[in-house]
Ligand binder design. Structure first.
Ligand code: V1S
Ligand code: CA
Ligand code: ZN
Length: 351
């Protein structure tokens, strides 16, 4: 059994947009309840985060942007971006505590007492140095990677949220100590529009950004094919000392925003593979963060099943949380995925 920490505070509920908005903390509360009902916290340690300092926040965000968020947080009106991220009173503190949870996850792993640490309140991969985007105020993924560099010489980020990790990519674009992999839906006019195979990093970071753009209707078989053909060999070649997994639940077939059509079975396969890689190369060091997920029931089931896998709780009670079937892609979609895989293999010299 490996020690797993679950970072949590009820202050996570303060990150709350107006009723019409799809991003809801209900995912987190449902996950926690599903875990509690199954006595998971007999095996997983609950740990509370404390807010990080502004000095730490400045590792990934400019002073001016932080001041802007503070101003909007007092004012409580309008948007932080062009319509996706509404401001509300206290948004600064609410965003800060959630990303502090991800930093706490890293500290626990650095301390050596835990090799798995989970913050489902994190995963804000769209936030940039100078601006908010796509429901994300501060980018905890890039921050954890940057802070992790003080202790680990090679870190891998695997982002299975259904959207492209554009903020993380931009913040770490020239960084060769962090391998950035994002799988996402890629389709004309689909947010954020970036993440094609030819975005590979710049300067000494060239080759350390790997984008896996996938078509609508990908399904478990198409997704797993891309994962086995690209993600596994790339991680085996890189041999990271720490893996950060962004586990947004919006790749699920019932998600209203994304159409990647993964089932809980596909998710579990992917998470189990990442867990296995963490034990093979990273002494088990694995940070699981949340992310999107707009079908709240599906996201809570995905996160619960994933957490049980990571914590090594193999209990039949988790079986009941699965979807009744796996998903398949059409021949046409499968061909498209195969051709994307071939292009990525050429660009990143895999074979
Ligand atoms: N995809 C998508 C999507 N859906 C919405 C949205 C829907 C209802 C609302 F009331 C408000 C917003 N916005 C988007 C995307 C941003 C997606 C962010 C995903 C976040 C994550 O899961 O990756 C991680 C937490 N934005 C857009 O598509 C941009 C617009 C182009 C359309 C929406 N309007 C509000 C802004 C401009
Ligand atoms: Ca992604
Ligand atoms: Zn998303």
């Amino acid at each position: 059994m490996h020690k797993t920490a679950f970072i949590w505070t009820d202050e996570y509920y303060n990150y709350s947009f107006p009723d019409y908005h799809p991003f809801k903390s209900l995912r987190e509360s449902m996950t926690k309840r599903l875990l509690e009902e199954r006595s998971a916290f007999h095996f997983i340690t609950l740990i509370e985060p404390k807010p990080i300092s502004e000095e730490v926040l400045q590792l990934v965000h400019s002073k001016e942007y932080i001041e802007f968020v503070k101003y909007k947080s007092k004012e409580g009106q309008g948007y932080l971006d062009d319509g996706d991220t509404p401001a509300f009173k206290g948004i600064y503190e609410a965003a800060l505590i959630r990303i502090s949870g991800s930093v706490k996850a890293l500290e626990l792993i650095k301390g050596g007492e835990f090799n798995h640490a989970i913050n489902i309140g994190g995963g804000f991969h769209h936030a940039k140095r100078n601006r908010a985007a796509g429901f994300c105020v501060f980018n905890d993924v890039a921050l954890v990677a940057k802070l992790g560099e003080n202790s680990f010489s090679k870190i891998a980020i695997v982002d299975i949220d259904g959207h492209h990790a554009d903020g993380t990519q931009e913040l770490l674009i020239d960084d060769d100590k962090v391998l950035k992999i994002s799988l996402h839906m890629f389709h004309p006019n689909f947010f954020p529009g970036s993440g094609d195979v030819n975005e590979i990093g710049v300067g000494k970071g060239e080759g350390y950004t790997i984008n896996i753009p996938l078509p609508p209707g990908t399904g478990d078989d198409g997704y797993l094919l891309a994962f086995d053909e690209i993600v596994i060999p790339v991680i085996e070649r890189y041999k990271p000392e720490l893996i950060i997994l962004i586990t947004g639940g919006d790749s699920h077939f019932n998600d209203p925003l994304v159409e990647l059509k993964l089932s809980t079975h596909g998710y579990l396969d992917v998470v189990a593979k990442v867990h296995h890689l963490a034990h093979k190369y990273s002494s088990g060091r694995l940070i699981m963060l949340g992310g999107g997920g707009y079908n709240y029931d599906a996201t809570a089931r995905i996160w619960t099943i994933s957490i049980a896998e990571i914590a090594g709780i193999y209990d039949l009670e988790y079986e009941t949380l699965h979807d009744p079937f796996s998903t398949k892609s059409s021949k046409f979609v499968m061909e498209k995925i195969r051709s994307t895989i071939d292009r990525i293999k050429k660009i990143h010299s895999l074979n």
